[in-house]
Design a protein around this ligand. Structure first.
Ligand code: ADP
Ligand code: MG
Length: 265
């Protein structure tokens, strides 16, 4: 299990995380939602072991993340940052190779890279320079980099931490990305995914953690967490929650209160 307990963290005098506790179990997909600036990316960085929290503990399968050497941590968890950066003009294949430990034989590494590129529909771009890809294609290449990092690990499963993986994708690739994350969970990985699209969270996640101003305000199923009153209050905009045909909540922002059917009724 990946577990953050009682995390407090800030930058200078700004307190960003206030007593945050979150659990991600193997095989579970947890969506982390909340307004801009709520502290989602900071929490992800703390849970990934990239920031040491000012207070609180993060454990990955019972071990403190702060004590783990980077190469050990890299086999336990893979992180897709909100804004991945490239420090050199890599090809797509070279970018993925960065995620694979050196002791993996080249034939196995190449096979893993090809399989993962096929999963994100980029196999035909494998030898292209990442810099000539579109923004969404480049984001998918980075997703493939973190997927291959866990796939190359000799451990049975790890934790996939994705910060807004669907933000720059068209609707088909958003769904494809969520299916890839879902499949990773089905195969035993614990998945923590930051999502702004509350409907994607409701449709795909086993559990939703909703953050507001550095605190967890709700943690439960999409149906429990996504209530119209709670969402309208924390996003400071009117939001209606309907029931979709599959029984899950459907979150509908009210674009124009004068013409929305719920207002007229
Ligand atoms: P979210 O991902 O929920 O939009 P973040 O965790 O990125 O929010 O940021 C939460 C708050 O912390 C914001 O007010 C942001 O400006 C601040 N913050 C994040 N990272 C830093 C940093 N490295 N230095 C100073 N402030 C930061
Ligand atoms: Mg963020």
């Amino acid at each position: 299990m990946l577990e953050a307990q009682g995390i407090w963290h800030g930058f200078g005098s700004t307190e960003v995380l206030r007593d945050v506790s979150v659990k991600v179990r193997p095989g579970e997909m947890v969506a982390l939602c909340g307004p801009n600036g709520a502290g989602k990316s900071t929490l992800l960085a703390v849970m990934a072991g990239d920031y040491a929290p000012q207070q609180g503990l993060v454990h990955i399968d019972g071990q403190s993340v702060t004590g783990l050497p980077p190469d050990v941590l890299a086999r336990r968890r893979a992180v897709l940052e909100q804004t991945p950066t490239l420090s050199a003009a890599f090809t797509v294949r070279e970018l993925l190779a960065l995620g694979i430990p050196r002791d993996v034989p080249p034939e196995r590494a190449n096979l893993l890279i090809s399989e993962t590129l096929r999963d994100v529909s980029l196999l035909d771009r494998a030898d292209d320079n990442c810099l000539i890809l579109s923004g969404g294609q480049r984001h998918r290449a980075h997703l493939a980099r973190v997927l291959v990092q866990l796939a190359a690990s000799d451990r049975a499963c790890g934790y996939l931490m994705l910060d807004e993986p669907t933000a720059s994708l068209d609707i088909a690739h958003q769904i494809a990305t969520m299916r890839i994350a879902r499949r990773a969970a089905r195969l035993g990985e614990g998945v923590l995914v930051v999502l702004h699209d509350l409907n994607l969270a409701a449709a795909f996640a086993d559990r939703v953690v909703l953050m507001h101003r550095g605190r967890v305000v709700a943690d439960g199923t999409g149906t429990d967490v996504f209530t119209a009153a709670r969402l309208s209050a924390i996003y400071e905009t009117e939001i209606v929650v309907e029931e979709a045909m599959d029984g899950r909540p459907r979150i509908v922002p009210v674009y124009d209160p004068d013409t929305h059917p719920a207002q007229r009724a």
